[in-house]
Ligand binder design. Structure first.
Ligand code: CTP
Length: 413
């Protein structure tokens, strides 16, 4: 059986010089068994004719939302439902911007908005346009909405410049679809994944609290990746400014004590527990009932330790596969290994946080670089977006769970 046998791919072609590569792309997709219907934007028609795409795809090509005859044959909503996969290649900076803004001002953007199918995008543009903060912000925004980007590649550009922006080669795009085009591998299908994310707030008085810089982005990315891998996901979240990922059951909490309670309410049938939250280690022993007033004297806060949520989960008689995070400012892997043992974890994800040449790393950023460590192995995941690291981490977790034959690995239980 061919790799994409009977997979229904809606190929969107937008107006870039790489549109001509769309012809080869269709040919290669058909070679691996896919059915391809092409939708062109008006810009794409300036580079390649609809007849060319019709000839290679063997299907009618659509390019107009207002074409009454084509709509009568297969309406745009029907077309959006038909697709198992939407692939936009090449995608111009303008199309990516329209997609990010949720526009529906031509047939292709309308289809992208109306489909439930995964949307994959292969950008193609001048290197400066790709690097522009507007384009980068659009890409990040789309990644948080589970749009997958293939490329762009680096090299000679049609405009005579050299750099990052050219469309990935058709063969690479097809290989990416074959690897992950069915959505992501359903490696956690039927599993319940419980995740903590974000900071906690420990009350000093009704208007003040102790907290930290955690943005929750890594935990939310992991929640998204776990859903994509087929898991049922419960996300116990401290206060963050992030939208709940699609398909995730989110429980909002503020303090470490509340997070502890919410985790134990949900952990009963959890197969995996991933503790990404930056739980405050200490809290005021006696929060003031009223706002603490200035008196001219110094104020002493007495702090006590908060419950260690992760350690309390691994101490359960039937602990799920437990993954901790070690955010450290130095000796990252050493401290992480110590935590792996001390908290009796199956796996720990080590990353460095704080200032790096004057730049914040880890906290608040959209990228991260981590080392995943387990009892008899480790894997370095180099700097990448938090979402792509999250997909890799979920794949490693599923692999380790399969390798050890159960939810729990060979921890010293
Ligand atoms: N964690 C937790 N509950 C706490 C503290 C931490 O669940 N009260 C979890 C974090 O979510 C993370 C891991 O434990 O997955 C590591 O947390 P960290 O605070 O770095 O480790 P500690 O054991 O507190 O070590 P230290 O404070 O010495 O760095």
């Amino acid at each position: 059986m061919a790799d994409l046998e009977n997979r229904k791919i809606l190929l969107g072609v937008t107006g870039g010089i790489a549109a001509y590569k769309g012809i080869e792309l269709v040919r290669r997709l058909r070679e691996v068994g896919a059915r391809v219907r092409v939708v062109m934007t008006s810009g794409a028609r300036r580079f390649v004719t609809a007849q060319s795409f019709q000839a290679v795809s063997g299907e009618a090509v659509r390019d107009d939302l207002w074409d009454a005859e084509a709509e009568a044959a297969m309406g745009h909503i029907e077309l959006a439902r038909w697709a198992d996969q939407v692939l936009v290649a090449p995608a111009t900076a303008d199309f990516i911007a329209r997609l990010a803004a949720g526009m529906a001002n031509d047939l292709l953007s309308t289809l992208c908005l109306a489909t439930d199918a995964p949307v994959w995008v292969a950008p193609s543009m001048n290197r400066v346009m790709w690097a522009n903060p507007a384009t980068q912000a659009n890409v990040r925004q789309l990644e948080t909405r589970d749009v997958t980007f293939i490329g762009p590649a680096s090299g000679d550009q049609a405009c005579g410049e050299v750099g990052l922006g050219r469309m990935s080669e058709p063969a690479e795009i097809v290989a990416a679809l074959v690897d992950g085009g069915s959505g992501v591998v359903q490696s956690l299908a039927g599993r319940h994944v419980l995740i903590t994310a974000g900071p906690t707030r420990e009350r000093i008085d009704p208007v003040r609290y102790i907290s930290n810089h955690s943005s929750g982005k890594m935990g939310y990315a992991i929640a998204r990746a776990a859903v994509a891998a087929g898991a049922r996901v419960t996300l116990v979240s401290g206060p963050v400014a992030l939208a709940t990922p699609r398909g995730v059951d989110r429980v909002n909490v503020e303090s470490a004590a509340q997070m502890h309670r919410a985790v134990h309410d949900a952990v009963g049938d959890a197969d995996v527990f991933i503790a990404t939250a930056a739980v405050a280690d200490h809290r005021p022993v006696a929060p003031a009932a009223h706002k603490i007033k200035k008196t001219g004297d110094s104020v002493t806060l007495t702090l006590e330790q908060t419950p260690d949520i992760l350690a309390s989960v691994t101490a359960l008689p039937a602990s799920p596969f437990a993954v901790g995070f070690a955010a450290e400012t130095r000796d990252v892997e050493l401290y992480a290994e110590q935590k792996l043992k001390k908290k009796n974890l199956d796996m720990i994800v080590a990353n460095r946080v704080g200032e790096d040449d004057g730049q914040m790393v880890g906290f608040g950023t959209d990228e991260n670089a981590v080392t995943v460590i387990w009892s008899d192995g480790r894997q370095v995941l180099p700097r990448a977006t938090k979402l792509s690291l999250a997909h890799e981490l979920i794949a490693i977790i599923a692999e380790r769970m399969a390798a050890t034959g159960s939810a729990r690995s060979n921890r010293s239980a």
